[in-house]
Design a protein around this ligand. Structure first.
Ligand code: GLC
Length: 809
């Protein structure tokens, strides 16, 4: 690995990369019930068991104090490690793991109770520093690294937002937020958000590693040498966490316990969102919504890009083009459409503009190294940049959101928050810009990766405080580990290229494996011109994203659903209606993610880590456990290969049943993307109607693709879709199960559990693949409301209680 040089004035005097020096001999200086503290020359090292499957290691160089403060970590008090530290301080044992600490030289390793070792230091290189030259003073401190053994059976995933395929073994990963040049290709390493988290799978067993540092971080995943990995921070302490798994779900559950989980969004957030940098007036927006309604296209939210502002001054409205924003928001709300507005961090320097003058007067902006306000150019011209590391700045920034929330804006879109500046070319703040807030001056290089996340947290808090009855809706381009508890993440300025449609799939899967459960890419692509077929195919994929938004740049061909004529509009309508039908299933997955950290859109390997074929399934994915989606990402193509892991899968459109593991060639003409449903798993769905996310439509349909296979089950979660009554028990869970034998299909709908009573009168069970049933009963009586069409059977019954539906086949 090579150290990047942020500071010309502190550059090492020679051109050669500075040598790395591993720590040598260490001595134990202190032991507690769960941790061991050591010293090796002038460094303090601490190894702590936080939970039976979670360890933390801290390396603090140059006599610096032990300090774990972090913007990523949500949970700091861990009480249940139940660890034992042996008397020599060289072994920490928990119910699941053993950490061993070799002292001569200092080497740290982990093993599970079966003896499987993971995240074990490379014996030769271990942990250590890249010492600065004798004449060099660097406020960042020496870069630190830890080298771990790489086993040939180990595969790496995660690493946050990336351009390439799913598996990251053999790669070098940089974590440093940037606004990358247009046209993201596989050559691009770091992007808008940084999540230095690794999901490793070794022989079907998962473990994880997270490096917690706001500095530049690098991972070398057996790229430099085939028998080791390296993890480096560009200064400051090296703090890393090791997760023992042994399943990907367990790793993520712990990781998101540490860094936080998504909150339960308002239900409208799961619907269809429409955006374009180019809706320039309130009339444009009204007309846009009218088109959606007239054309019977689902729509839940519209975005206002930077043009709503007065000269791009954040927290203002252009008085001519948006004369009455409150009236606009009200009109849209009446049609079931929410308004979301963009907010950028750059504050225009303008003496007549109170956001600037109040920030300046209270010294809330970042400064240059010599103490002046730091200025650079973004959309509004010369700007100052809030120092979001300062809690006072965050409170002040939150407060300014009143200009938006008071007029009825429902959500905030945080953009350009890497942060991006335009001069001399698009890049970020210089490393020596100073963040003087929070009673502790820090250089930008020390907090760079945290900037976007802290801005998003201020927006989240604004909605929490100013709209206490509403659930926050915040979208952010930049962030760090833990962004998921403040904002959903979209992947910035992709292009209207087939390659980018393909790229979205591994990208979102790795984000999901990195704790970001709520994610999406711009449907249709942001820059460049979409074609009819690309937009249709992209929408067919896009509806399965947790976040479903069509967005594009002002200088591109229009890509609203009707932009390419009736045939494509109909195809897109069909896809958007399927999205709408899936909302009850999606909402249940969001609730699961908020409880467990499980991704909503997940790689096949999440559920089938023992199956190595899933590791290269870049362009197919699961939505929850029951749907497997394999989009077409090439023009003029109707067939594709799909890998189906173990289990029985039913093709959603044709009903064809396949027993996995299997490689199949699937016909997926436009309008029928390859979607497989796990046999016998009930999927809760809404009817097709132009839904308003605030209402629960009637009836709820359980769709079941029946096959002679294992039983399937699903528990749907439902609540009011907004507000916080659910935290007082106002929710319900409805469990459905389907068993099949050679004579009958039996569906059990358990009585809803919980205080919330969905406002509906009917439940429907839609059974596909049942042939010609001999008899259909509901609760032992001949079904009163049952209809058959082909091999599809629809049985209706009253909502609110449990039922047993039995179909003799
Ligand atoms: C950035 C955003 C993009 C937005 C544009 C104008 O490029 O990523 O989504 O439309 O800025 O605000």
């Amino acid at each position: 690995m090579r150290r990047s040089t942020h500071f010309e004035q502190f550059a090492a005097p020679t051109a050669a990369p500075p040598p790395y020096r591993p720590l040598g001999q260490a001595e134990v200086v202190d032991c507690s019930a769960t941790s061991v503290r050591l010293r090796a020359s002038d460094a303090t090292i601490e190894v702590t068991a936080l939970a039976p499957d979670l360890f933390r290691v801290g390396l603090f160089g140059e006599g610096r104090p032990v300090d774990y403060r972090s913007a990523a970590v949500a949970k700091t008090a861990w009480a249940d490690a139940q660890a034992q530290v042996d008397s020599s301080g060289t072994r920490i044992t928990t119910a699941q793991c053993i950490a061993t600490i070799g002292l001569q030289p200092l080497r740290i390793g982990f093993a599970d109770s079966t003896g499987r070792s993971f995240a074990t230091d490379d014996p030769r290189l271990g942990m250590g520093f890249v010492p600065l030259g004798p004449d060099v003073v660097d406020p960042l401190g020496s870069p630190a690294r830890v080298y771990k053994q790489h086993r040939p059976t180990t595969h790496y995933f995660g690493c946050g937002e990336r351009t390439g395929g799913l598996e990251k073994t053999g790669s070098h990963q940089v974590f440093w937020n940037v606004d990358p040049p247009m046209g993201h290709t596989a050559a691009l390493n770091n992007m808008y958000t940084s999540v230095p988290f690794l999901m490793a799978i070794d022989d079907g067993q998962a473990w994880g590693l997270f490096v917690d540092s706001g500095y530049r971080v690098e991972f070398d995943l057996a790229n430099e040498a085939s028998d080791r990995c390296g993890f480096a921070v560009d200064g400051g302490p090296l703090i890393y966490y090791v997760f023992a798994g042994p399943t990907p779900a367990r790793v993520l559950e712990r990781y998101t316990e540490l860094t936080g989980r998504i909150w339960l969004p308002p239900r409208w957030a799961l619907g269809n969102h429409q955006s374009r940098w180019g809706y320039r007036t309130a009339d444009d927006v009204v007309e846009l919504v009218r088109e959606f309604r007239v054309r019977d296209l689902p729509l839940d939210a519209v975005y206002l890009d930077i043009d709503y502002m007065d000269g791009y001054r954040v927290f203002t409205w252009d008085k001519k083009r948006f004369a009455d924003p409150a009236e606009l928001a009200k009109q849209l709300r009446a049609q079931g459409v929410k308004l979301v507005t963009i907010v950028d961090p750059g504050v225009k320097i303008d003496e007549r503009y109170a956001v600037y003058t109040t920030g300046r007067d209270s010294e809330l902006f970042c400064k240059t190294f010599s103490g002046d306000e730091y200025h650079n150019v973004v959309w509004p011209g010369m700007c100052a940049f809030p120092d979001f590391t300062n809690p006072r700045t965050r409170a002040w920034w939150s407060d300014w959101h009143r200009a938006l929330l008071d007029v009825g804006v429902a959500g905030i879109w945080c953009d350009m928050n890497e942060p991006t500046v335009f001069v001399p070319t698009p890049q970020t703040l210089p490393a020596d810009v100073s963040h003087h807030g929070d009673n502790e001056a820090r250089l930008h290089a020390q907090v760079h990766n945290l900037y976007g996340q802290l801005m998003a947290s201020a927006a989240h808090e604004a909605i929490r405080q100013q709209r206490p009855d509403q659930r926050p809706f915040v979208i952010s381009r930049a962030g760090f580990a833990g962004l998921q508890r403040w904002a959903l993440h979209w992947t910035g300025d992709n292009s209207s290229w087939w390659e980018h449609l393909w790229m979205s799939m591994p990208q979102l899967q790795n984000l999901g494996l990195s704790g970001y459960a709520w994610v999406g890419v711009d449907i249709g692509g942001f820059s460049g011109d979409a074609t009819a077929e690309l937009l249709a195919r992209w929408t067919e994929f896009g509806i399965f994203q947790p976040f479903c938004r069509n967005h594009s740049a002002w200088n591109t061909r229009r890509q609203e659903p009707w932009a390419f004529g009736e045939r494509f509009e109909a195809l897109i309508r069909g896809a958007l209606q399927l999205r709408q039908r899936l909302v009850p299933y999606l909402y249940s997955l969001f609730e699961e993610a908020s409880r467990t950290g499980s991704p909503i859109l997940r790689p096949l390997l999440f559920a089938y880590p023992e199956d190595e074929t899933t590791y290269s399934a870049d362009d197919e994915f699961m939505l929850g456990d029951a749907l497997l989606v394999a989009p077409i990402a090439r023009p003029g193509t109707e067939y594709r290969h799909v890998y189906l892991p173990r289990g029985t899968w039913v093709h959603h459109w044709t009903g064809e049943t396949v027993r996995g593991p299997a490689h199949v060639l699937v016909h997926a003409p436009l309008g029928q993307p390859a979607v497989y449903v796990k046999a016998n798993t009930p999927i809760p769905m809404w009817p097709v109607l132009n839904f308003d996310g605030e209402r629960a439509p009637d009836p709820l349909t359980w769709l079941i693709h029946v096959a002679n296979a294992d039983a399937g089950q699903f528990t749907a979660y439902e609540d009011a879709g907004e507000g916080y009554d659910y935290q007082q028990g106002e929710f319900c869970r409805m469990r459905a199960e389907c068993r099949v034998d050679s004579k009958r299909v039996e569906v059990r709908l358990e009585a809803p559990e919980g205080q919330y009573v969905p406002p509906r009168s009917q439940i429907e069970v839609e059974l596909r693949g049942v042939g010609e049933p001999q008899a259909v009963t509901v609760d032992g009586q001949a079904a009163r409301d049952a209809a058959r069409e082909g091999s599809q059977l629809l049985v209706r019954m009253g909502a609110g209680e449990g039922h047993v539906i039995s179909v003799e086949t």
